[in-house]
Design a protein around this ligand. Structure first.
Ligand code: FAD
Length: 424
């Protein structure tokens, strides 16, 4: 008799949540372990400590959700997006503000602005409807034995709560502050600083490459314009806005509440310079990002947000392989964190899920007993690493290359000519 397979997913970000849905569709018993609290709970601190980040959702990610065969999910996600047909390049000539829209696609295809927290909510709501998925929030993976298929989680218990009042009791495993959990298959989707990857390295000869680029990012919010008809967007909502600065840039992505989430990308040394001398921040913005201060952000808001929002690093990671035997595979940022300039980190992670399950469906290990199942699963994971790794590495490289494009080449006089030649 074939027993139900127990798949545990580590990380309930966009990639882990989608992977849990795919695994549950196949009839596995799925347990999702997440370091933080439920993101739908307002008391949970968001991933990057600010309100939330806005992301560009592209066909890669949409297709992965479409293939999850839960039509309500994609409808719910797309209903909360704003189409961005082109990028809007901002500049200045002879004291005049200039804007130039550059279409993303000659066939009219587009990107969609999506709120990361909103996307997570749609995914988690969909997972809640599946009877074979259990969540364990506030559980941090701290150890794994991929031969014996055991994992250890540290459980955070809020001071006001005791074990009896906490509803998320694991179905299997002994529980103290540390919990031991057995599994048939683990999916590691625990982000760039993945603990699953760290433990995986002890079981396989993993090649690993990590690079911090010489830029930090800081987030800003552009509030809505107050009009007689209520709130409105201060600039066009259907564009991805870029202020190229040569060695740095400022961008803005629309949100449904008529705000824009903006990001400053700047070399570390320039951040140090601006940190040390607050008086230069506003002149720096006025000189390099025309039309931003005070039209979109007041001087005081700019200074406050610059001081209060974190200045965060950007990491690019490549590794090989992504799996060990039939035990574990890593997906998303855990396998290939990339710099954000191609807008594909999450999209590529969601695509990982679609491609992984294509390989699993090809071998269909779930329908087989014990050893045969392990053998087929190993074959499927080997094939997955082999086919996915070069593609993921190429997207990582394109993401680094696209920083030059966004911060500089978009405004070059030869840009249009080059593009016209490419499209010819
Ligand atoms: P994460 O989103 O990092 O989720 C990992 C989850 O695992 C988290 O919830 C974390 O709490 C949990 N976790 C971590 N450690 C443990 C542990 N030990 N135990 C249990 N759980 C754990 N991508 C795009 O596609 N489009 C964009 O426009 C875009 N813009 C970006 C802009 C910026 C400024 C940045 C920084 C990134 C951007 N990205 C974008 C990239 C995107 O945010 C990531 O690629 C995406 O979030 C990766 O998803 P993930 O689920 O793999 O990992």
């Amino acid at each position: 008799m074939v027993s139900q397979k127990k798949t545990i997913v580590v990380g309930a970000g966009p990639v882990g949540s989608l992977a849990a849905l795919y695994a549950a569709n196949r009839g596995d018993d799925v347990e999702v372990y997440e370091l933080r609290g439920d993101p739908r709970d307002p008391s949970t601190v968001p991933l990057n400590f600010t309100k939330s980040i806005n992301l560009a959702l592209s066909e890669r990610g949409i297709n992965a959700m479409r293939n999850a065969a839960h039509p309500g999910l994609l409808d719910a996600v797309l209903a909360e997006t704003i189409p961005m047909h082109s990028r809007m390049i901002h500049g200045q000539e002879g004291g005049q503000l200039l804007e130039e829209a550059q279409a993303y696609d000659v066939h009219g295809r587009l990107l969609r602005a999506v709120d990361r927290a909103g996307l997570s909510k749609c995914l988690l709501d969909e997972l809640d409807r599946m009877p074979n998925i259990k969540f364990f929030f506030n559980h941090k993976l701290v150890g794994a034995d991929f031969r014996r298929k055991l994992a250890w989680f540290e459980r955070k218990i809020p001071k006001s709560q005791d074990l009896l009042s906490n509803p998320s009791q694991p179905g299997s495993g002994t529980e103290k502050n540390e919990l031991e959990v057995s599994f048939d298959f683990m999916i590691g989707a625990d982000g760039a600083h993945s603990a699953v990857r760290y433990h995986l390295m002890k079981y396989t000869r993993m090649s690993y490459q990590q690079e911090y680029i010489d830029a930090l990012w800081c987030e800003f919010q552009i509030s809505p314009a107050k009009t007689t008809n209520g709130d409105d967007f201060k600039i066009s909502p259907n564009h991805f806005h870029i202020w190229p600065g040569g060695d740095f840039m400022f961008i803005a992505i629309p949100s449904l509440d008529k705000t824009f989430t903006s990001t400053l990308f700047l070399p570390q040394a320039k951040f140090d310079e601006l940190d040390g001398t607050p008086d230069v921040l506003v002149p720096f913005f006025k000189a390099n990002f025309p039309g931003v201060v005070p039209d979109l952000i007041s001087e005081i808001e700019l200074q406050n947000q610059y001081q209060n929002n974190p200045h965060l690093p950007l990491i690019s990671i490549k590794c090989n392989p992504y799996h060990f035997g039939s035990s574990v595979v890593i997906l998303g940022d855990a396998a290939h964190a990339m710099v954000p300039f191609y807008g594909q980190g999450m999209n590529a992670g969601m695509e990982d899920v679609r491609i992984l399950f294509e390989h699993l469906d090809k071998y269909n290990p779930s329908t087989q007993p014990g050893q045969i199942r392990d053998h087929l699963l190993t074959k499927a994971l080997e094939e997955y690493t082999e086919t996915r790794r070069p593609d993921a590495a190429a997207i990582n490289d394109m993401a680094i290359r696209n920083y030059q494009e966004m911060r500089s080449d978009v405004r070059s006089p030869t840009y249009k000519l080059r593009k016209a030649i490419e499209e010819f």
